[in-house]
Design a binder for this molecule. Structure first.
Ligand SMILES: [Zn+2]
Length: 538
């Protein structure tokens, strides 16, 4: 019962004592039920439960940190054999957790060695009926989801998923299903190679690609927004902001897969049949990292995790992409210490992808309080993000999230500068966002508008890089207003900036750093999975 009590205390989902009390009674009834259903095999039930008792310290840690029951992501973090990443996930608590787990192991051994109590058939019957009566309201009272009532099977799995240890079993099953899907995806491109080459470059280098989230072009101070949302980036020397970049898709998947592969709206199959940019750099001797504050597993994230896993080191600092008012997830600045370690490692050639939460709805949860500058922002309050009545708060909190991203990006550049490495930094957003613009009631990024299609793209380079590659820098400046598409031009531009060539990578005509750059017709994938030509001007 301890993880369930912890959940009630750390989460304000239960709103009110009656609901909380009922949740605890419901949990208790569910936990004792197997003992009475299998009253002749109490020992077996005790042994099964002892596994879950052993895991209690881990589960409590997770519940306290994120205010949610266990998800497949936690299982993924533990199941993967990356020791460093597991330590990262438990951020300094691993000693306490290990001691607690050893203590719970002792409790398990003690319980298993106890004599089995005898339960009479009549008693078992009475308890089962009582438990079922107690649990019935939770299953019968169906909660509405987007205005519709959920089917009973979904209600049952949802309710069970909130109660430990059943939630853990549900998460383990979901993890296994996702792992099978993931392995299937990887097998398709296993033997692929870019046959990438580059000349020998002396000295230490770092190329960093930061992928933003839902950050539209027009809300950045340096792009002319009426608010100064970029007080840090505005002061950085050698920073170029490209003014005419569209996204290849208005949702994260497939936008991100197209950014990190040679896949384009017109040739999406390359996203699946080939490897990603991490492998292209790795083939040329780069030590690669994928650092992310987005989730590793889940319906929308798995396709991206595939490319992350090509990196020598992957670090995911969050277990979920939160869509609710309640889950606490780590802010993007917590990626910086991980980046710092990578940059200051002994590796001479580095390629790092940072995948951020950026301005993902809910915007007010993407930044700490000290960045809550534009108010009212609704920070800390429940708010319907689709309701036009909340427009003012949503725009304010969105702008605060850009202000925060400006701070995070400036920190990334600062780290590169202080490392003394010859460095290049590129930031772009996966897609934009609607904020009830032009008198319309459109929010989030499910509708094609100039606000969801037009994305920011910044390139910064160290003085040493510019001195070594004056032509590339000159070309970038020349192409700053050229029509480009994230799905088509980011991959070749990054390879070209690092002097990597490979067959079919189009590192001349599709690179913004090339004198032979040729703008092409731009396309995007619409919400109905159709390829459409870009018809907007901005
Ligand atoms: Zn996205």
């Amino acid at each position: 019962m301890v993880p369930n009590i912890t959940f009630v205390f750390v989460s304000n989902r239960m709103d009110g004592t009656v609901k909380s009390l009922y949740f605890l009674l419901f949990s208790f009834a569910l936990i004792i039920l197997p003992f009475f259903i299998l009253y002749r095999h109490v020992k077996i039930v005790t042994v099964c439960y002892s596994v879950f008792i052993f895991l209690i310290p881990l589960v409590i840690f997770y519940t306290v940190v994120f205010s949610i029951p266990v998800t497949p992501n936690m299982i993924a973090t533990i199941a993967d054999t990356n020791h460093h990443e597991t330590i990262e996930f438990f951020s300094g608590w691993h000693v306490i957790i290990t001691i607690s787990m050893l203590s719970s192991l002792a409790v398990c051994i003690f319980l298993v060695r106890q004599p089995v109590p005898h339960i009479k058939k009549a008693t078992a019957k009475r308890v089962i009926i009582a438990c079922l009566i107690l649990c019935a309201p939770a299953f019968v009272l169906r909660m509405p989801h987007k205005g519709k009532k959920l089917p009973l099977s979904e209600i049952i799995t949802h309710r069970l998923g909130c109660v430990y240890p059943f939630g853990l079993i549900k998460a383990m099953l979901a993890y296994t299903a996702e792992e099978i899907r993931y392995q299937h995806m990887c097998r398709k491109s296993e033997s692929f190679s870019f046959h990438a080459t580059r000349p020998i470059v002396p000295g230490e280098e770092a190329y960093v690609l930061v992928i933003g989230e839902s950050a539209r072009y027009c809300n950045w101070g340096i792009n002319g927004y009426f608010r100064n949302t970029t007080p840090h980036l505005g002061l950085i020397k050698n920073l170029l902001s490209f003014t005419n970049v569209s996204t290849g898709a208005i949702i994260t998947d497939p936008s991100v897969p197209m950014i990190v592969t040679r896949g384009t709206p017109k040739n999406m199959t390359r996203c699946y049949s080939e490897k990603g940019i991490i492998s292209a750099f790795a083939e040329c001797g780069f030590v690669t990292f994928w650092i992310s504050s987005q989730a590793r597993k889940g319906l929308h994230d798995l396709a991206i995790t595939r490319y992350a896993k090509e990196a020598k080191t992957t670090v995911f600092i969050n277990p979920i992409n939160d869509y609710s008012d309640f889950c606490k997830i780590r802010y993007d600045e917590e990626l910086i210490p991980v980046l710092k370690r990578a940059i200051h490692s002994k590796a001479k050639k580095l390629f790092i992808v940072i995948h951020t939460m950026g301005s993902h709805a809910r915007y007010s949860m993407r930044y700490p309080k000290r960045f809550d500058l534009f108010r009212p922002s609704g920070k800390g309050k429940k708010m319907d993000i689709r309701d036009p009545k909340n427009r003012k708060q949503l725009i304010n909190s969105y702008d605060n999230s850009i202000l925060y991203t400006d701070f995070v990006l400036s920190k990334v550049i600062e780290e590169l500068k202080s490392s003394g490495r010859m460095s290049v930094f590129m930031y772009l957003s996966d897609h934009g966002e609607n904020l009830f613009d032009d008198g319309k009631d459109l929010s989030l990024h499910w509708n094609v508008t100039p606000y969801t299609l037009h994305v920011p793209l910044f390139i910064w380079a160290s003085d040493l890089y510019i001195q070594t590659h004056p032509d590339k820098w000159k070309n970038l400046k020349k192409n700053i207003n050229m029509p480009a598409c994230s799905a088509v031009n980011v991959f070749p531009t990054l390879l070209n900036l690092a002097d990597i060539t490979c067959h079919g990578c189009e590192t001349q005509k599709r690179s913004l750093a090339s004198s032979a750059f040729i703008p092409e017709k731009r396309y995007y994938i619409s919400m109905d999975d159709k390829v459409k030509e870009l018809a907007y001007q901005w």
